[in-house]
Design a protein around this ligand. Structure first.
Ligand code: NQM
Length: 352
């Protein structure tokens, strides 16, 4: 099933419909998406990391979850499929997909699905309307970066398993640049845009063209990845890099996020959850840049401004030490776009 999940788009599969062996599955998914090819012309990928995604869903054996969700990022131009990161946007479609495929029975009015996210081991609960026992995709919720409105999918995250500050510090100096390394569901490096000699309000396409910036971000990411315990991150999609600037439209902060080479046209859900948590940590690089709703408050809504609007994140932080994100919540929307059979490019033709 092809679905839009939040501001991303991907192919949702039942785990049983895919090869169990990860290397066989990888080869199949590359062919399904049309990778490696910058245009993904021979597959169903959308030629951008945000539209070259896969969700693998199955009934969960874990007592605390109804379904298991494995996110796979299919690279566009390289022959890579990675399970090293999670995706909170495709997560929005997992509950509806689970009901559509009969993995979870629908309630009469609403359905809540408890999801175990296999990439991180963290849990989420997604609630969405199911009037008359069928998923309804229509409704009045509007999210920035998606035209029109749709049914709200409310997603709640309990406290994650890993540390909120993977380096144990609110600020690290990386090559002379102060950064905050934070992980509230997505390993993210926060950096003041002004420290990189940009305003932080530039268009994503312009930032992608800025060769000096790209080189600097690459160096910062490699060093921060080591500090965060992620090892050599040269070929992985985490950590993400979020550049911070003061808000301009009534929110808490302006962001430009590199995921990690392309600049996001909005911001990822778990990426935003990590930014929101990071801003609330005393002494983080967000201090003096972000304007939190009530200074000193450790709970409530944080509005993250991004290139196409904003994303509201509710976080509850206990400042510790060590600080922890007790709860995070967000509203997204999802839509079923197509349900059918995909015909991947035959394996034999791949290398021809
Ligand atoms: O952070 C893009 C997206 C994402 C990830 C990325 C996401 C998240 O917008 O939860 O959703 O950071 O690669 O889909």
């Amino acid at each position: 099933m092809l679905m839009r999940g939040g501001t991303s788009k991907g192919a949702y599969f039942l785990a049983g419909d895919l090869p169990a062996d990860p290397s066989v599955r990888k080869e199949l998914l590359l062919r399904v998406m049309g990778s490696p090819d910058p245009r993904q012309i021979d597959g169903i990928g959308g030629a951008h990391p945000l539209t070259s995604k896969v969700a693998v869903v199955s009934a969960s054996p874990a007592p605390e979850a109804d379904v298991d969700y494995l996110f796979l990022q299919v690279s566009v131009a390289e022959a890579q499929v990675s399970d090293r990161q999670n995706c909170g946007n495709l997560l929005a479609g997992v509950g509806p997909f689970a009901v559509e495929r009969g993995l979870v029975p629908a309630g009469d009015a609403r359905t809540s699905v408890r999801i175990r996210m296999l990439n991180t081991g963290d849990l989420a609960t997604a609630s969405f309307p199911t009037p008359g026992g069928r998923v309804s995709y229509t409704g009045g919720a509007k999210i920035s970066g998606v035209p029109g409105t749709a049914a709200p999918v409310v997603i709640e995250f309990p406290q994650g398993a890993g540390p909120l500050l993977p380096t144990g510090r609110a600020v690290d100096l990386v090559g002379g640049t102060p950064v905050t390394c934070v992980d509230n569901g997505m390993p993210t490096v926060l950096i003041a845009a002004s420290g990189l000699r940009i305003t932080g309000y530039e268009d994503p396409a312009d930032l992608e063209q800025n060769q000096d910036l790209r080189t600097r971000l690459h160096e910062l990411r490699l060093a921060a990845g080591e500090l965060m315990g992620l090892g050599d991150v040269r070929t992985t999609t985490v950590p993400k890099l979020t550049l911070l600037a003061p808000p301009r439209n009534g929110g808490a902060v302006t962001t430009r996020t590199f995921i990690p080479v392309r600049c996001h046209t909005s911001i990822g859900v778990l990426g935003a959850a990590s930014v929101a948590a990071g801003l609330r940590i005393p002494g983080s690089v967000g201090e003096g840049i972000a304007q939190l709703p009530s200074a000193g408050s450790q709970g409530g809504l944080v509005r993250i401004e991004h290139p196409t609007g904003f994303l509201d994140i509710e976080t509850e932080i206990a400042t510790g030490p060590p600080p922890v994100a007790r709860r995070t919540a967000v509203v997204r929307t999802a839509r079923k776009l197509f349900d059918g059979t995909v015909f991947p490019r035959p394996a034999a033709e791949t290398e021809a």
